[in-house]
Design a protein around this ligand. Structure first.
Ligand code: GCB
Length: 617
């Protein structure tokens, strides 16, 4: 795995960024060829061996699955090849620069060549990686970037998938392969997030770690808010540590400087009268962001400049509630998916902004990045909008806890924390969604991962999302907060709406009584087909989805009044694609929004609820 100190690719006076997004050449491996044909036939070679006969144009970023009209591409499993011809300016041929290619994410395995030279690979479909290409480039000339992408999931990938080789030739042709997945979303594939070339100073800032803490100081009648910002700036300078200093400033949104110092690159800054970052509708304007600007000085000379937006806030919790800036906050939100029509899981800024407009419209203050890390652009929006985020790994429904999956899970967590550690919006790390945490071996597995997270970050809560029974879950004991998914009157007691209130009260109280930790209802809901109505309400109608919510709300109010619940999150923000299954009419229909982001009737009810909760924080 490449090094994962992965600062967002902002430009500055010392950093140039060139987007390689747009149309790329794309080919899958023909069905009559061996799966590794592209490797043996050297499709990565600069003389463009990607056969024009079966190649086509493909937009980047996007999933490739839903764009062509051919089901063999929608359902393709194996190596797919992407190629981009691009120009590199001659001014980049400079000993003082290093050039990198940076991928926001490629699902799932990626092998990368520049001008026929393999420059690296990456495993895992949801996190960025950056590879150095300085010596592989042709400057002042055109260059050929090739990426081979493989979406095959197995028992040791996250998420996991089972591959079957049925040998019953009365039903399947010889060599036939089928796949079964436990996770409930379509395994979209391709280059999902932006691709950039970065020209960085040879000696550059490689990482920044900011930790903020908040204090209130009483001065007679008034309170002064104090923000402490502990920072660590990492760099690539190899010489003596005595040569290195950092010129650090902190500026407000209006551009005013509230701090400036030339210091060692690891220090603490105190801001009296700090404006805090708050979640939406908490105590003041949500999402206040300062800019942390740092110039790396080597023997007094500026080598690199980087500006990082950040918020001053603290996260804490007691045995029943979460606190931001030492004040209780009740989560009202949902689980989401990166999913949209035609684009699949490809980043689409139209959708990103629309989703945050809808989050604002709904009066929500929290989301979970179910069931994998979302794009950096979405995380940046959560910071801006004051949305609290439970950041989740792609470990959805894992059922085996061996060493191989553990070591990949560790790598993913390390990459996730490296990427998202500076986001004020992130309040908790979710190790997994609905693992088989009733199995005894899950205990040491989750204990190990919780320890890893705490060794890297003690400022946020550690959790995972359980669907097990409160009395037989073996892994929640290692968590700071407990997230529970439960589908009363849907997956259990289907159609029996009258049982919801009792079951929700009993269930969540039992979790709290046993563990005395903040409990979040992280999923509940019902599927509804937009426009389908029946009275009395029946499953799959919009009426039933509304009734499901209406029956949960009194239980939540009761539990909340007794300090037994710290948040409620609807499943799901919007309808999303799943594999073809007889229990799903074309996708998971539990969205408040349709897949094209228009409200279903239940969205108006959720909006009424969330605005009401927002008013009596
Ligand atoms: C769950 C899963 C989620 C599914 C949902 C459903 O428990 O966490 O990924 O989409 O149920 O609708 O089945």
């Amino acid at each position: 795995q490449p090094i994962t100190s992965i600062l967002y690719p902002y430009e500055s006076e010392t950093r140039e960024v060139k987007a390689l997004d747009g149309l790329w050449k794309f080919c899958t491996t023909p069905a009559n060829k061996p799966p590794d044909e592209g490797f043996s036939d050297q499709w990565y070679a600069p003389n463009d061996k990607m056969d024009n006969q079966h190649c086509q144009l493909m937009p980047v970023p996007a999933s490739y699955n839903d764009i062509p009209t051919d089901s063999s591409i929608r359902d393709y499993v194996g190596w797919a090849w992407y190629r981009k011809i691009h120009f590199v300016p001659s001014r980049w041929s400079n000993d003082d620069l290093k050039i990198f290619v940076r991928f926001g994410s490629v699902h799932y395995y990626a092998v990368v060549w520049m001008n026929g030279q393999q420059i690296g690979e990456h495993v895992g479909g949801h996190l960025p990686f950056q590879l150095e290409v300085t010596s592989a480039l042709k400057y002042g000339s055109s260059n050929s970037l090739t990426v081979a992408v493989n979406n095959t999931l197995t028992n040791i990938t996250l998420p996991q998938m089972q591959i079957h080789h049925p040998n019953d030739t009365s039903r399947y042709p010889p060599g036939y392969i089928t796949y079964s997945q436990k996770f409930d979303f379509f395994n979209y594939a391709g280059i999902h997030r932006p691709v950039y070339l970065l020209a960085l100073p040879a000696v550059h800032i490689s990482d920044i770690n900011l930790i903020t803490e908040v204090e209130y100081e009483k001065n007679g009648e008034s309170n002064t808010t104090i923000g402490n910002i502990q920072f660590l700036v990492a760099h690539t300078y190899q010489g003596s540590a005595d040569d290195v200093m950092c010129d650090v400033s902190i500026t407000t949104q209006g551009g005013g400087e509230v701090h400036r110092s030339i210091t060692t690159c690891s220090s603490t800054i105190t801001i009296r009268g700090a404006k805090l970052w708050w979640p939406r509708f908490a105590h003041a304007r949500p999402g206040y962001l300062y800019t942390f600007e740092v110039s790396l000085l080597i023997q007094g000379r500026t080598m690199d400049v980087y500006r990082l937006p950040f918020g001053i806030r603290s996260v804490s919790w007691d045995s029943s509630v979460l606190k931001i800036n030492h004040k209780p906050v009740y989560l009202r939100g949902f689980g989401m998916h990166e999913d949209s029509n035609l684009r699949g899981k490809g980043l689409d800024l139209v959708h990103t902004i629309r989703d945050f407009e809808l989050i604002k419209w709904l009066g929500a203050n929290a989301l979970r990045t179910s069931h994998y890390p979302y794009s950096e652009e979405i995380m940046n929006m959560a910071d801006e909008f004051g949305v609290l985020v439970i950041a989740e790994t792609p470990a959805c429904t894992i059922d085996s806890f061996g060493n191989e999956i553990l070591s990949h899970h560790k790598a993913v967590l390390n990459e996730l924390i490296s990427r998202d550690k500076n986001h004020p919006s992130v309040i908790a790390w979710s190790i997994a969604n609905e693992p088989y945490s009733d199995l005894p071996q899950s205990s040491s597995y989750f204990k190990t991962l919780a320890k890893l997270i705490r060794s890297r970050d003690t400022t946020r809560a550690v959790t995972f999302v359980t669907s097990r029974h409160w009395d037989n879950d073996k892994a929640v004991q290692h968590m700071d907060i407990i997230c529970v998914n439960r589908y009363a009157a849907w997956y259990s007691d289907s159609g029996l709406l009258s049982l919801i209130e009792r079951q929700t009260n009993e269930e969540l109280k039992s979790w709290h009584d046993k563990w005395k930790r903040p409990i979040i209802m992280s999923e509940y809901g019902a599927g509804s087909l937009s426009g389908f109505h029946l009275l009395p309400a029946a499953m799959w109608t919009e009426d039933y989805q509304i009734m499901t919510f209406l029956k949960h709300f009194p239980a939540f109010d009761n539990l909340r009044s007794k300090g037994l619940i710290a948040g409620e999150m609807i499943w799901n923000f919007a309808d999303f694609a799943t594999p073809q299954e007889y229990i799903r009419p074309g996708g998971c229909m539990k969205g408040l929004m349709t897949r094209d982001r228009q409200p279903k009737a239940a969205a108006h009810l959720a909006r009424w609820r969330y605005w009401k909760l927002a008013q009596n924080i």
